[in-house]
Design a protein around this ligand. Structure first.
Ligand SMILES: Nc1ncnc2c1ncn2[C@@H]1O[C@H](COP(=O)(O)OP(=O)(O)OP(=O)(O)O)[C@@H](O)[C@H]1O
Length: 580
């Protein structure tokens, strides 16, 4: 409930619509309530007295009230839709904005599947709740109160029937609403699992086909889909059971009303039209309660959704801008790690332990080590994708935490291990690195990344459209574009995380030459499993089990590091004699 209130400010810009909708609904309800009374008069006065003129007059009045009711109802629909749809669009925008500010740790906590369910399903649920609140929440209680009042004033003899039927109807509604709320929370969780599975499957469709695991994937999808179906069924069944129970209670009320009414008509204390009007009002009361219960269920259901939306919007972003940002002149690109410790989870095992090194501006730093030793994690700390648990990382002697985030990240070019490109033209992808890049700059970057040759062969060159996930490019082509995107911003610190793994030796040497010529004063971090890719580095860091096992030039490491020597010997087949 609290979380739903927290979303309330999002309705503020649409206050006018949110006020007009229920007002117009009041008009519709007033007209609906008028109908049985007019009918009662037609029967008891017009027909009973054979007064045709009276019947026609009241008939026309019925038509007019129906027409006014129609205008009220249509207006309410239009304004409630406007308010709810815009309210939902604003929440979607806010969630998207917030997730864009998320640190990698924040994103890891939610997972992509859950975030997608929140932006789609949960936002739709709160949109529905608002729409129904504006449209029906007023209608239900007004119909109910209006009908009860009219029965009290016009058919008091039959009022005892309401005194029995209404409490039973209310208990039913309360019981089923409470039950359905809990069940819908479970539905949302099952929906998360379906979305996560779908996302994973679409992203890995090629691997699935290559390993011929379609049957396995269908089986695992069926599992989560069946769970969602089962939970949906249970939740819907609760709602669907309510309707026949309520109808049964109302029908009992109708029988009781007719029975009591017949006795009173025989006694001459009641007219037939009153009984007909009472039956109509009883149905309206059920209708009013039913619609109110639907809204209540939708609102209860939306508590879970609002709660999940709140979790995203209120997430504390753990990578924060500095309170007092350092004033920085031109960044040179000297990078220093001082006693850095890092773990992915609180109280988790350290992935990096006591890392200290210094890279002078313009130096090339090679990073090598076994799989999972912490190389990628180490470079992710430089642009503050994660913050260390202890120790510090300095660029030009200033802690990266003191840099304005935008300034820090525009200083760094990052080429991740998995080349991630976006759907759109090659040009748009390159401009991701530098928005205002000229064609000449794009060409130079593409040349440095050995991407020129394949772009030139494309019919549309830089206008060539990439599909989602750049599936119409080869792995090597994706890596080259990903590198060009980083080169184009002329960063002071360039991080290449195993980004030449899918590139042939000739192209790799072109990239290395270009780095020397065009990025001579850039500090370059090259993570590679191949000694040949880092052999010329000014300094090589050997990472083993999250620790800096050794550092130095290739020659120094052959001399001093048994781990490095082992890697070198395995890759080259040459045995190295050491004085160690
Ligand atoms: N987002 C994450 N959440 C939790 N643990 C992670 C995450 N990313 C990596 N790890 C763990 O941290 C350790 C270091 O991973 P990292 O990716 O830094 O290794 P690496 O040396 O770059 O490996 P590779 O050479 O295979 O790329 C591994 O044990 C890995 O399982």
């Amino acid at each position: 409930m609290k979380s739903l209130w927290k979303l309330f400010p999002c309705v503020k810009p649409y206050t006018l619509f949110a006020i007009l909708a229920p007002l117009l609904m009041c008009v519709e309800v007033a007209m609906d309530l008028l109908q049985p009374t007019i009918m009662q008069h037609i029967i008891d006065v017009g027909i009973a007295n054979n007064d045709n003129a009276y019947v026609i007059k009241l008939g026309l009045l019925m038509l007019l009230s129906a027409f006014i009711g129609l205008i009220g109802g249509a207006g309410c629909t239009i304004y409630s839709t406007k308010a709810a749809v815009n309210f939902a669009a604003d929440i979607r925008r806010d969630i998207f904005k917030k997730t864009e500010q998320f640190s990698s740790k924040n994103t890891d906590t939610f997972g992509a599947g859950k975030l997608i369910t929140i932006v789609t399903n949960d936002v739709t649920a709160v949109q529905q709740a608002l729409m129904m609140t504006l449209r029906v929440f007023v209608r239900g209680p007004l119909l109910f109160i209006g009908s009860v009042a009219i029965v009290w004033f016009t058919a008091r003899e039959l009022f005892p029937v309401l005194l029995v039927a209404i409490p039973i109807l209310m208990v039913c509604i309360y019981y089923f609403s409470a039950k359905s709320g809990k069940l819908f929370a479970k539905v949302q969780k099952a929906m998360d699992q379906v979305n996560t599975k779908l996302q994973e499957t679409f992203a890995g469709i090629r691997v699935i086909k290559a390993f011929d695991r379609q049957d396995y994937e269908i089986k695992t999808f069926r599992k989560v889909n069946d769970l969602l179906t089962k939970r949906n069924m249970s939740a819907e069944q609760v709602i669907l059971t309510l309707m026949p129970i309520m109808l049964f209670v109302v029908n009992l009320g109708v029988v009781a009303g007719m029975w009591m009414g017949a006795i009173k008509v025989n006694e001459g204390t009641l007219q037939v039209g009153v009984i007909l009007a009472f039956i109509n009002y009883l149905n309206i009361i059920m209708n009013g309660l039913m619609t109110s219960s639907h809204v209540l269920m939708q609102i209860t259901r939306s508590f879970t959704s609002a709660n999940r939306i709140g979790q995203v919007l209120e997430t504390e972003i753990d990578i924060q801008e500095p309170e007092i940002p350092a004033s920085l002149p031109q960044v040179k690109g000297e990078v220093e790690f001082k006693d850095v410790y890092f773990s992915y989870s609180k109280n988790g095992e350290y992935v990096l332990k006591n890392i200290s090194f210094r890279a002078k501006a313009g130096e090339t730093i090679g990073i090598i080590g076994s799989t999972g030793s912490g190389k990628t994690t180490l470079v992710k700390l430089i642009p503050r994708l994660y913050d260390p648990d202890s120790g510090s990382i300095l660029i030009d002697g200033v802690n990266v935490k003191d840099y304005p985030l935008e300034r820090l990240r525009e200083t760094i070019g990052f080429v991740p291990q998995k080349a991630t490109l976006f759907s759109g033209a090659i040009e748009e992808n390159l401009r991701y690195g530098k928005e205002e890049a000229s064609l000449l700059e794009m060409e130079e970057a593409a040349k440095s990344a050995a991407a020129m040759e394949f772009i030139d062969k494309l019919e549309d060159k830089y206008d060539h459209e990439l599909m989602q996930g750049a599936t119409n490019l080869s792995g090597g082509q994706k890596q080259r574009l990903s590198m060009a995107r980083a080169f184009i911003r002329q960063p002071k610190v360039l991080i290449l995380d195993d980004s030449t793994s899918a590139i042939d030796a000739l192209s790799e040497s072109i990239v290395q030459q270009a780095l020397k010529q065009n990025h001579a004063d850039t500090s370059v971090f090259i993570i590679s499993a191949k000694v040949s890719s880092i052999i010329d580095a000014d300094q090589i860091l050997v990472i083993e089990d999250g620790m800096l096992e050794a550092s130095g030039t290739h020659t120094e490491l052959l001399e001093n590091s048994s781990v490095y020597r082992g890697i070198y010997e395995t890759q080259t087949g040459k045995e190295v004699y050491s004085y160690e």
